[in-house]
Design a protein around this ligand. Structure first.
Ligand code: SAH
Length: 347
């Protein structure tokens, strides 16, 4: 039994069946045994690989997008450049390298990271050495300035709740103890507003934590101006059980290794758009976004003067990021801007 598993057993014995969002919160963020608190899970030696870790092209195009938004905002002399869940700091490092080519952009940027993991905060400090970054606990702490936000694979790591239609009654899915082992079960719920016409057994996921982050981003953009660029896997609407556990690049059972496997769920971009309804939200696939931002040209430039082997590595990264059979279609990009702002590049 993992140390976290016995903590979960104790909490269920004391308080009864545990909601999925509480289970995810403990598995990912328990201060001592939470998955992100104890390790750097990224890269070939870790449990999963993300777009910025696949190729510098991703962060460079994101950097161009952010710099363009800064120009569109009228090149404010001071703004917050905010990343949520910055992982190893690779994306921000690529953004800043590109940002240095846009006169005034870096001087105006106050770089602020929202990161709950002490291990990853340390890695970010190393990756971003030489840059003036600070780490804050929440969006509410941001200074009163325009803010440009970026988040890649952050929202999928935030806790969700699950509800299931069983015999025309919606019940909440929970984690309970069954013969001394963790098992899924159901409890009654007061939750209302489920989509009509879903078949018996259908599962619907919601995330109050994701909505909270999205609302806070939109509130900041509305009050002080700015924009956000969010990438994740998921769809614009959705139902079904998407909760998954991954360890060492392979799917594993959600309940079998609490704290030792990454737990994520697909992001429902419709839910996020609903939470930022005071602002304008645009969504497209990651493949289309990167194509519109010029990733093919960037790959050609990077291949100039390279060996056939290195050129093949760049082509493979391009395929992985954009091909519909790889990350191109499953992953989505979403922008959030003020309601009266023009449609941003890439959408
Ligand atoms: N954006 C990075 C890492 C993605 S993994 C990349 O693309 O490579 C998810 C990241 O979100 C990690 O850095 C994790 O520690 C962080 N994270 C997860 N939940 C968080 C929370 N509630 N608050 C702040 N950071 C969180």
């Amino acid at each position: 039994m993992t140390p976290l598993e016995s903590i979960i057993h104790t909490e269920i014995s004391a308080k009864g069946a545990m909601r999925i969002d509480r289970y995810m919160e403990l598995c990912l963020s328990h201060p001592e045994h939470g998955y992100y608190m104890t390790r750097d899970p990224l890269g070939v030696d870790g449990d999963f690989t993300t777009a910025p870790e696949i190729s510098q092209m991703f962060g460079e195009l994101v950097g161009l997008w952010l710099a363009q938004k800064w120009l569109d905002l009228g090149s404010p002399a001071a703004f917050n450049l905010v990343e949520l869940g910055p992982g190893r700091g690779t994306l921000m490092a690529d953004i800043l390298r590109v940002g240095a080519t846009v006169p005034g952009f870096l001087d105006a940027a106050q770089i602020l990271m929202i990161e709950s993991s002490p291990v990853l905060r340390q890695t970010q400090k190393t990756s971003l050495a030489g840059h003036n970054c600070s780490w804050i606990g929440s969006i509410a702490e941001l200074p009163a300035k325009p803010s440009l936000f970026v988040a890649n694979e952050f929202f999928d790591a935030l806790p969700i709740r699950q509800f299931q239609n069983l015999g025309d009654v919606w019940l909440e899915r929970v984690v309970k103890l069954d013969g001394g082992k963790l098992a899924f079960g159901h409890v009654k719920t007061n939750q209302a507003g489920f989509p009509l016409g879903l078949p018996d057994g259908a599962i619907v996921e919601i995330s109050e934590v994701r909505r909270g982050f999205a609302k806070a981003i939109a509130g900041k953009i509305k009050s002080d101006d700015g924009a956000a660029l969010i990438f994740d896997y998921g769809d614009v609407s959705g139902s079904g059980d998407t909760l998954q556990a991954v360890a060492v690049h392979a799917c594993t059972d959600v309940l079998s290794k609490p704290g030792d496997a990454d737990l994520t769920a697909h992001v429902n971009f419709g839910e996020l758009a609903g939470a930022v309804a005071d602002c304008a939200a645009h969504a497209t696939t990651q493949g289309q976004f990167l194509a519109a931002m010029g990733i093919a040209d960037r790959a050609s430039r990077l291949k100039e003067g390279k060996s056939a082997k290195d050129a093949e590595i760049i082509d493979a990264a391009l395929r992985r990021l954009t091909d519909p059979s790889e990350m191109g279609t499953l992953f989505k990009a979403m922008s959030v801007t003020r309601a009266d702002a023009p449609k941003p590049p890439g959408f």
